[in-house]
Design a protein around this ligand. Structure first.
Ligand SMILES: *Cc1c(COP(=O)(O)O)cnc(C)c1O
Length: 237
């Protein structure tokens, strides 16, 4: 069985290789290690290899694990990547540096409120729905526009909008996957002309099964879980 250390090295070298093959700058793609459903001891193995960025999709689970981990390793950073209920935003802001699953204006208002109370700045990604089967993210461009406009107008001094996030459809059809990533790039271009003062430079796209395609299409951050930590045991918790 391969270890987390070996898996991490493999994924990192494949990311670097994909950067080169796609004429991307070396180290232009960040690896977010998605540790949901995995134990603190497993996450620690990745940290000891130098991994800094982690992704979790359930706030309560993330809160328990990362409260402990950040005490021991203050430099690690947590991104929330799963659908976020408004009543979980407070805890999310306490533990995370970034919320990537922003899918409605109401959430932005709540993040601003909580981040302001905590006297910190939270990074956000706007999640946009580009895949047929996934249900997460803004599903209408107009709603996304409204949310970006709200930030552009200076309503969120405690929020740093960084970019866009998407999930490709769960399919073997690489054309469909590529299409989904291209949609996100198009949306990024459109928003940058409409709202030049909101810098949405980052594109969080690509998972274990499709991160090489994502890098070819311009991803700046891939979110990889299974290829690092192995299969998730959904019955465990
Ligand atoms: C679980 C998850 C991932 C990682 O998926 P893998 O296929 O295990 O790499 C990436 N992004 C989001 C939003 C997730 O929920």
């Amino acid at each position: 069985m391969s270890t987390i250390k070996e898996n991490l090295n493999t994924v990192l070298s494949q990311i670097r290789e994909a950067e080169t093959l796609s004429n991307r700058k070396k180290n232009s793609v960040r690896l977010l290690a998605v540790s949901k459903f995995h134990e603190i001891s497993e996450i620690e193995q990745a940290i000891l290899q130098g991994q800094i960025y982690f992704g979790e999709n359930r706030v309560q689970e993330a809160y328990t694990k990362f409260t402990e981990l950040t005490k021991k390793y203050p430099d690690i950073k947590l991104h929330i990547i799963g659908q976020l209920q408004t009543n979980k935003v407070k805890k999310a802001c306490e533990i995370a540096t970034c919320i990537e699953s922003v899918d409605r204006l109401e959430l932005i208002k709540e993040i601003e409120k909580r981040a302001s109370q905590l006297n910190k700045t939270i990074e956000i990604y706007f999640e946009y729905h580009t895949g047929e089967e996934s249900k997460s993210g803004f599903t209408s461009y107009e709603d996304l526009q409204e949310a970006v406009k709200y930030c552009a107008e200076g309503n969120c001094p405690h929020i740093n909008p960084c970019g866009l996030m998407t999930m490709a459809p769960f399919t073997q059809d690489t054309d469909l996957i590529r299409e989904s990533f291209r949609t996100l790039v198009k949306v990024q271009k459109q928003l940058s002309t409409e709202f030049p003062n909101v810098l949405l430079n980052e594109l969080s796209m690509g998972m274990s099964g499709d991160y090489k395609i994502a890098i070819q299409e311009g991803s700046t951050q891939v979110r990889v879980g299974t290829a690092i930590f192995g299969e998730r045991n959904y019955n465990k918790q």
